[in-house]
Design a protein around this ligand. Structure first.
Ligand code: SAM
Length: 286
């Protein structure tokens, strides 16, 4: 039986539709792979910077004298890293916990190959034998532990350029008399001069965080206070702020000797004491 012309036309029409559909599917698949080559993990604080001007502004803050060793914490999708690896004369390393991002960066940036340590930064040992600087858009869920890591490494850390939740950044940079001055402010400022550099709005990130962010600079003070037992010093500061509304005489009653309680500083509250006052208490009474 001869096949009619309209029948052939409709077969061609449906075949074309099917091909177009297949093509569309393939294009959508490749587009989605290109626009999202990895997953963003909330549990790892993955808010990636996508504002290139902001990335450059952050990278520009660090001191890049020749021979400088730089450690980036949490390179993620490489927003900051891609600028860092282009700087001549510096040594670059990064620590990233997420294997997916590790492989992504190694395949996308040949210059980064072999420079990423796939590890939890909180478990890491010193990345260099000599002094180095740290940079990072830190995962907000572990910003305080990262700060304690910086304090653990303080003898080798020259400078830190770090992004935090604005509220945490303000706490770290706060001075005596401020409502947000606390344990992290005192401990950090014992070892580093801290400067609040600038705000970073949520629109600079993907996905945007719910809060404003802030970038801090820490510059080493080269341990002028010579705290011999950091653990003990930390306990003193923690005890003092543990009851921040009380005078130190009450807050530290079970922590120091009766003689120490007669010191005039004991009439004050923890938030009124400078770093030097805390160092004085530590050195005189502990
Ligand atoms: N630097 C990238 C940027 O600015 O777009 C990513 C920043 S994102 C806020 C934080 C990065 O830290 C993520 O890549 C995350 O996987 C990584 N990260 C989270 N916890 C970590 C840990 N304990 N040790 C090392 N990296 C960690």
């Amino acid at each position: 039986m001869p096949i009619s012309k309209p029948y052939i036309s409709s077969i061609i029409f449906f075949a074309n539709c099917h091909t177009i559909k297949l093509l569309n599917g393939a294009i959508a698949y490749f587009y989605s792979r290109m626009s999202k080559p990895y997953t963003l993990k909330k549990s790892l604080g993955q808010h990636f910077l996508h504002d290139e001007n902001m990335c450059k502004k952050i990278v520009a803050q660090i001191d890049y004298t020749t021979g400088k060793k730089i450690l980036e914490i949490g390179p993620g999708g490489g927003a900051i890293s891609k600028y860092l690896i282009d700087i001549d004369g510096i040594e670059y390393k990064a620590i990233e916990i997420d294997e997916e991002k590790y492989h992504y960066l190694e395949s996308l940036y040949p210059a980064i190959k072999g420079k990423i340590i796939l590890q939890d930064v909180l478990q890491a040992s010193l990345p260099y034998d000599t002094n180095f600087s740290v940079i990072g858009n830190f995962p907000y869920n572990i910003s305080s532990p990262i700060m304690f890591k910086m304090l653990e490494w303080e003898s080798q850390v020259d400078e830190v350029i770090g992004m935090f939740q604005k509220e945490v950044a303000e706490r770290i940079a706060a001075g005596p008399g401020s409502k947000v001055y606390g344990i992290l402010s005192v401990l950090t400022q014992t070892y580093f001069d801290v400067t609040y550099l600038f705000d970073v709005p949520p629109s600079c990130f993907n996905p945007p965080p719910k809060v404003m962010s802030g970038v801090l600079r820490f510059v080493t003070k080269n341990n002028p206070h010579q705290i011999d037992q950091f653990k003990k010093f930390k306990m003193l500061v923690k005890a003092a702020f543990g009851q921040r509304r009380k005078t130190l005489r009450n807050a530290l009653r079970s922590f120091v000797s009766p003689v120490a309680l007669t010191d005039p500083l004991m009439d004050k509250r923890a938030e009124q004491l400078s770093v030097a006052d805390f160092v004085y208490l530590y050195k005189t009474f502990l």
